[in-house]
Design a protein around this ligand. Structure first.
Ligand code: SF4
Ligand code: SF4
Length: 77
């Protein structure tokens, strides 16, 4: 068995049960200063497209349904 230190998931987690991108919301996409988030048009849900997060958090705080959780790495807390 091989050990890997690669992260298996991106830091911004979207709860697809709460995300209302299918109803036209694009708040998180609009507020991210780095344009890291996007809407998956097939699913109608937001997701993290580019894993280069600054952990600035407006995506999490501005989401109207609290669908976003930003997983801040331990060393940055
Ligand atoms: S702000 Fe929230 S509800 Fe709106 S698209 Fe982003 S994750 Fe979905
Ligand atoms: S924490 Fe900041 S950089 Fe990271 S996805 Fe959210 S808005 Fe973008």
């Amino acid at each position: 068995m091989t050990m890997t230190l690669n992260r298996v998931s991106v830091p911004v987690i979207v709860d697809e049960g709460k995300c209302i991108a299918d109803k036209g919301c694009t708040v998180c996409v609009d507020v991210c200063p780095l344009d890291l988030l996007a809407i998956d048009l097939l699913k109608g849900k937001a997701y993290m497209k580019y894993d280069e997060c600054w952990y600035c958090l407006p995506c999490e705080t501005d989401c109207p349904t609290q669908a976003i959780r930003v997983d801040i790495p331990y060393l940055l807390r």
